[in-house]
Structure formats: C-alpha cells, structure tokens
Ligand binder design. Structure first.
Ligand SMILES: *Cc1c(COP(=O)(O)O)cnc(C)c1O
Length: 404
C-alpha cells in the first residue's frame, strides 16, 4: 500500500543546466539585464512567433506595462474575467481604468457573449485569461474587438505552450493576420516554466513594444541615449514616470533552459492529465477538466469540478480530507467579487457573474507537474476516486432502508 505517499501541490523542475547557467552568470560580473536576457527574449520570440518580446520581472508587470503603453487610463473600461488571479484586475486599477467583469463559459474562460453584453461607449479593451492553460475563444474576442475598436491584452500566465487553432497562444494567428495588442506570460515558481519570479510581454507592434521598453526602465529614453552618446556613457533623459520592471540575467539564466525544456514539460503534463482523466472518467461525483478540439491545452492546472449534489461533503471538506490522505491541492480561483477589496465593484449589475460564482464552490486543482512521478499521479487520482466514493451521498431510499 502506498497510502503514506505524500504529494505536495507543486514542486519546480530545476536541472543542472539552470544551476550551471546561474553560476556562470554570477561569475560573469554581469547580473542585471544583459546578454542572457537578450538570448532568452530571442528564443521566446521564436517559440511564440512574435516580433517583439521583452523580459519583465513578473506577468503582473507585463500586463501593467501593456495597459499603460496603450494609454488606458481614467474613464476607460477594461473587460476581464472574474475567475482569475487578482493581478489581472489590479493592473486595470493601477492605470486608473475601471475593471468590468464578464461571466465565464463552460470552459471556465471569459464568455464572448457576456463580453458583448458588457460593452459600453467607455469600453477600451478586453483582457482575457487562458485559464489553466486552455485557450479562451480568441476568434470571437478578436471579432468583438474589431467591431467595437477595442484593444486586446492577453493574460497568458498559464498558457505558455498552449496553441489556439494551431498557433502558440499569445502570438495571434499569422494565417489570418489577427493578433492581440500585447500578451503577458508568467515565470512565477509554480508556472509551466519558471525563473523564480519573472515574466515576458510580447507584441506585434513596434511602437507599442518601444513604449513598453521605455516604461519598463524608469521612462528613460534610448533615443536620447543615442543622440547624446557623444557626451559619454553617463547621459540619459527621463521622458515620463516609468516603472522598474526589467528581468535580470540571473533570472534569464534559468529561463533560457526552462524554455528549451518546455516541449518535454508539456508532453509530461499532458500525459499526466490523461492519466487523471482515465482514472476519474467513471467517478460520477467528479467532472474532469474541460478541453477543446481546436486547441492544444498547456495543462498548467488540472482542475476538477465536484458534483456537490452527489457528495455528503462540500469542497472545503473534500480538500481537507484529501490533505489528510497526503494530497496537496489548491483552488483557481477565488472569484474576484468575493475579495473584500472588490466587493464594491461586484455589487454593480455589470459585474454580476452567476456562472463563475456557481463554479467556484466546485473546483479543486490537483497536483500536476513534471517533477511528479507517474506513480504519484496514479496515486493522487486513486485517492480522489477513493475519497469521492467514501463521501458519496447515500440515496434517500437506501438511507430509509429501502428494499432495493
Ligand atoms: C500567476 C498569475 C498572474 C501573475 O503572474 P506573476 O508573474 O506572479 O505576476 C497573472 N494572472 C494569472 C491568471 C496568474 O495565474
């Protein structure tokens, strides 16, 4: 019996390549943004198939830069999903714009029909999230954006490695020439690839990319640098109040090797997700995660949905019981309207999201990462199956001692 097997919710996959590169960087004398970040950005551009990619110190920073560079500010409404990490909404507030929440569809992602119902004359942008690594319905989102002249910024925090209609998520569709204004990726410790903390922001628009670059480093102009370089290497000009969001070469040293390993990470994540799917397929107390045929899922998260009417316990109790069986879990996400800070927004009718609120009490994210062994995946899946049966709601006629 392997009941004592304890499986944490997450463990990163850091190999000797990352360690050696970080050590080499530490010994090189150049620690901040330099050649290794440039190398990481180049390989990232090629992977996602975009002309511009800039390393940033988080996905949050990338989203903030994109919204700021698009001049989304006071008076602008930005439509996003309630089922996301708070960062997605915080950045909208940081630029002075107003977040508007559209409800989710069956795939857990923002529902284009709900977006359409939220569009007003103040709407300036849509900020979709590819939840769990399953791409949002970008064709419908791009169509809405075109019709209403809106910007689109993609939160790709979960989605590096996912494809949408055959193309890497965040990079648009080169066949139709359709793409978003910018996309931001996360290399936080638990994400599909990691630099500890870090991110990347991409764009097809050279002027926007340049604006993000200036804002990323204090608002210092590169042009001024070139114009006055004759004056010596000390000269710079600040053109606006920028931020300090650059990615260091120490972080990029990890990123370069993580990105090169991404195809193998994705293969393992998918294989493990299929093991979960298979073991949980006939467990009627549990629904396996949504998937779509026109996408390659990045399987950042494996989020089950409990059928609460078939269970004698609620989600929180289910999580506690799984923890007692040694299985670490998480919840993605506590809907935005439930956080005290956002309550005032949630009460506005344009932010009512009944689908997201109904899904929230049912979701549990199970351990899924390449550092797990296949045996651990099988064990975790069997524990979920076993527990679901143990806490199955007894049918009324049986409880009453019915004769069948
Ligand atoms: C992790 C995450 C972020 C933020 O990423 P950081 O790199 O930590 O800033 C943003 N959006 C979603 C959906 C996330 O899961």
């Amino acid at each position: 019996m392997s009941n004592s097997l304890s499986i944490p919710y997450h463990k990163p996959s850091i190999g000797q390549e990352e360690i050696d590169e970080v050590v080499a960087t530490l010994q090189s004398g150049w620690l901040t943004t330099g050649a290794r970040t440039a190398q990481f950005e180049k390989e990232f551009r090629e992977y996602v198939n975009v002309p511009h990619a800039m390393g940033v110190n988080s996905c949050t920073a990338g989203l903030h830069l994109a919204l700021a560079a698009l001049n989304l500010g006071k008076g602008a409404e930005v439509i996003t999903t309630p089922l996301t990490f708070c960062a997605t909404v915080n950045v909208i507030l940081h630029v002075g714009a107003t977040p508007v929440l559209a409800d989710i569809g069956p795939d857990g992602n923002i529902d284009p029909a709900s977006i359409a119902s939220r569009i007003t004359e103040k709407t300036r942008a849509i900020l979709p999230v590819h939840l769990a690594g399953l791409p949002a319905d970008m064709d419908s989102i791009w169509a809405l954006a075109r019709r209403h002249r809106l910007h689109v910024v993609e939160d790709c925090a979960h989605a590096i490695g996912a494809t949408y209609r055959g193309w890497p998520v965040g990079g648009g569709n080169p066949e139709t020439g359709t793409h978003s204004d910018a996309s931001a990726y996360s290399f936080y410790a638990t994400k599909n690839i990691t630099t500890g903390e870090g991110g990347m922001v991409t764009s097809h628009d050279e002027a926007l990319a340049e604006k993000m670059k200036v804002l990323c480093l204090h608002g210092i102009s590169k042009d001024a640098w070139q114009r006055y370089s004759a004056a010596g290497k000390w000269y710079y000009e600040v053109l606006e109040a920028g931020f300090k969001y650059n990615l260091s070469d120490v972080q990029s040293s990890m990123g370069i090797h993580q990105l090169r390993k991404l195809p193998s990470f994705l293969e393992t994540r998918k294989r493990y997700a299929m093991i979960y799917n298979e073991i949980l397929a006939d467990v009627e107390e549990v629904e396996t995660p949504p998937d779509k045929s026109d996408c390659e899922h990045a399987w950042h998260l494996y989020t089950i949905r409990l059928n609460l009417d078939k269970l004698s316990v609620n989600r929180d109790e289910f999580i506690t019981l799984l923890q007692e069986r040694g299985i670490g879990t998480s919840v993605h996400f506590i809907p935005i309207p439930l956080h005290p800070f956002f309550v005032s927004y949630a009460n506005l009718p344009q932010n009512h999201c009944p689908e997201a609120m109904a899904l929230y009490p049912r979701i549990i994210s199970l351990p899924l990462y390449p550092a797990m062994s296949e045996e651990q995946v099988v064990h975790a899946a069997n524990q979920v199956k076993d527990l679901a049966h143990a806490v199955r709601k007894v049918r009324a006629f049986a409880a009453a001692g019915g004769s069948r």
